[in-house]
Design a protein around this ligand. Structure first.
Ligand SMILES: [Zn+2]
Length: 292
């Protein structure tokens, strides 16, 4: 882990539990795409930069989840550089209760204050086109998070964040976090059309053909959606969550439970908006039924 691997004349990635991209913008200047889980990862990134005699000029994040911006502050302090992410993702980096608060729906109990939910706070700026170095462009990739973006380098490498995950990750977790399922599927449709040399997702090995991975991730979404739809015969949200977990039996923790619960709510929203399921408030509970 944390090896520097070259994908193009100026494009690289560092492998980790969450892969990070590097783009060389000058003889010795580089920018980073996502910064990994925590300051410990940041120190490994700094080691790779020192070995190459490179200087970090900026960090560009795909989204504000802690495993993508966890060493932003460490690296910003070390190199005196800025970090950037799109629109409404940026405020999450300054307010560490926003993400767990969004998941939980209120201020969560202390035992959920894990580093997985509470990334090291940093000050990320809202990205504008003027902030991007020559050769680096963005593309919309919302769905997994509210305003995730991806990055494309001048030598044809796409950094996808959590737009797709690899098959081992899908098998391990069964259900991965999605904020907006409809938007997530639209993003998959767009990513499937991209032409490039390499595609680097955070939780997958880089691939030169993204289509098979898009298809697997899309199929998993519809598989989960159908499992939920078929189960709706007057059940509560909590029963749906338990059903999904029984189907996939992933490694669980209290934190993961709330991540899965939030994701199931996203699926329920999509199915309800499609007219596939509907709900009734009865006996002080909301019961979900198949509509078709
Ligand atoms: Zn994420």
């Amino acid at each position: 882990m944390y090896e520097l691997k070259q994908l193009g004349p100026r494009s690289y990635y560092i492998n980790g539990s969450s892969n990070m991209g590097l783009y060389r913008t000058g003889e010795k200047d580089v920018v980073l795409i996502d910064s990994g889980d925590d300051p410990g990862v940041g120190s490994r990134i700094a080691e790779r930069l020192t070995e190459q005699d490179w200087t970090l000029k900026a960090i560009f994040n795909t989204h504000a989840h802690s495993d993508h911006m966890g060493s932003n502050k460490y690296l910003q302090d070390k190199y005196g550089c800025e970090s950037y992410m799109a629109g409404m993702e940026a405020p999450f980096t300054r307010n560490p209760t926003m993400w767990p608060g969004m998941l939980y729906g209120a201020c969560p109990p202390k035992h959920l204050w894990s580093r997985y939910l509470y990334g090291e706070p940093c000050f990320s700026k809202e990205l504008t086109p003027d902030d991007l170095p020559a050769g680096l462009t963005t593309f919309p990739a919302a769905g997994h998070s509210p305003e995730q973006i991806g990055y494309r380098t001048g030598d044809g490498v796409y950094y996808l964040g959590d737009t797709v995950v690899g098959i081992p990750t899908l098998n391990r977790f069964g259900i991965t976090y999605i904020f907006d399922v409809v938007q997530y599927l639209k993003t998959l449709d767009e990513v499937e059309k991209l032409q490039g040399e390499w595609f680097v997702a955070a939780h997958a090995d880089p691939v030169q053909d993204i289509v098979p991975l898009v298809q697997v991730n899309r199929a998993k979404v519809w598989e989960i959606a159908e499992r939920i739809r078929a189960f709706c015969d007057g059940v509560t949200e909590e029963q749906i969550v338990r059903h999904v977990l029984n189907c996939y039996r992933p490694n669980m923790s209290m934190t993961r439970y709330y991540i899965v619960t939030a994701t199931v709510r996203a699926y329920i929203s999509m199915l309800a908006d499609r007219g596939d399921i509907s709900s009734y408030l009865t006996d002080h509970r909301i019961a979900w039924y198949r509509s078709r």
